[in-house]
Design a protein around this ligand. Structure first.
Ligand SMILES: Nc1ncnc2c1ncn2[C@@H]1O[C@H](COP(=O)(O)OP(=O)(O)OP(=O)(O)O)[C@@H](O)[C@H]1O
Ligand SMILES: [Mg+2]
Length: 253
């Protein structure tokens, strides 16, 4: 369970596992709790109760160094990319290793050669090999998000989380990024949890869809199992649904 301050719970009784190493899309209206769920998993916020198990270790019980070690295994891709604009593409990707190297070395941006090689490979994989030394503020949104994906993978994550990674992109670029994340999920054999507003994309790219409504999971199944009724339940909610189903100004006979 998670509530903010002394407000109402924002997440309630969620129980699911992503051990299947596939792409799972999380859908739900604005305010349903999608971002809160991802933030609870990577401990950007702390759940009030429950368990969050990563390789059998309960993240909620971890503190200090142990928490830091667990968090670096959770890759995160953000809607607003969260890159450091004045740094180069390579430097941003290498920052995915900061949790792994001694602080001072990181502060001086002295990364081991193997990290630099790995970053280069990842940049090649996301289609940015030619931009390695560009500053990130010179890139388009789609290119920035490719850097965001490479940076998350640079952490060598055990799970990848993405919070509306395509919401700031035009439709075509958005598809490209989803394609990339979909392919990487298969290639790297990683569980990926991705918050999406675009239901068509969720259906197309995800192996599994989770529907949240008011912090409660109201759907968990394969894309083909997601019916219009489920979508109404997820997006409209029963109360509003029953109101909407009232005929409006039907022409009199
Ligand atoms: N830092 C916070 N402090 C207080 N309340 C918050 C905070 N973050 C989120 N909330 C509340 O928690 C609820 C869930 O928000 P959350 O951002 O998780 O929803 P979401 O499903 O990601 O929505 P969106 O689709 O708009 O991104 C909302 O009612 C929101 O107002
Ligand atoms: Mg959100």
């Amino acid at each position: 369970m998670k509530s903010y301050g002394d407000g109402q719970p924002v997440l309630k009784g969620l129980n699911f596992s992503t051990a299947d190493k596939k792409l799972t899309a999380v859908i739900g209206s604005s305010g349903a709790g999608k971002s809160t769920m991802l933030r609870c998993i990577n401990r950007l916020v702390t759940a009030d109760s429950g368990q969050i198990l990563l390789d059998g270790v309960d993240l909620l019980k971890l503190r200090g160094k142990a928490l830091q070690n667990a968090r670096r295994q959770i890759g995160m891709v953000f809607q607003a990319y969260n890159l450091v604009d004045r740094l180069t593409v390579m430097e941003n990707v290498l920052s995915g290793r900061l949790g792994y190297i001694p602080f001072l070395q990181g502060a001086l941006r002295r990364f081991p050669q193997e990290d630099i090689d790995h970053a280069y490979q990842l940049l090649k994989r996301v289609g940015l090999a030619q931009y390695v030394n560009r500053r990130c503020d010179e890139l388009s949104g789609g290119e920035r998000q490719r850097v965001g994906v490479a940076r998350a993978l640079m952490q060598d994550p055990r799970i990848l989380l993405a919070d509306e990674p395509t919401a700031s992109l035009d439709p075509k670029t958005s598809e490209r990024i989803m394609e990339l994340i979909g392919k990487l999920t298969d290639e790297l054999h990683l569980p990926v949890l991705i918050n999406l507003h675009n239901v068509a994309q969720a259906r197309h790219y995800a192996a599994r869809i989770v529907g949240l409504r008011n912090g409660v999971m109201v759907f968990d199944g394969k894309p083909h199992e997601l019916t219009d009724e489920h979508l109404e339940l997820i997006y409209t909610g029963k109360e509003e649904l029953s109101e909407q189903l009232q005929p409006e100004g039907e022409p009199a006979e």
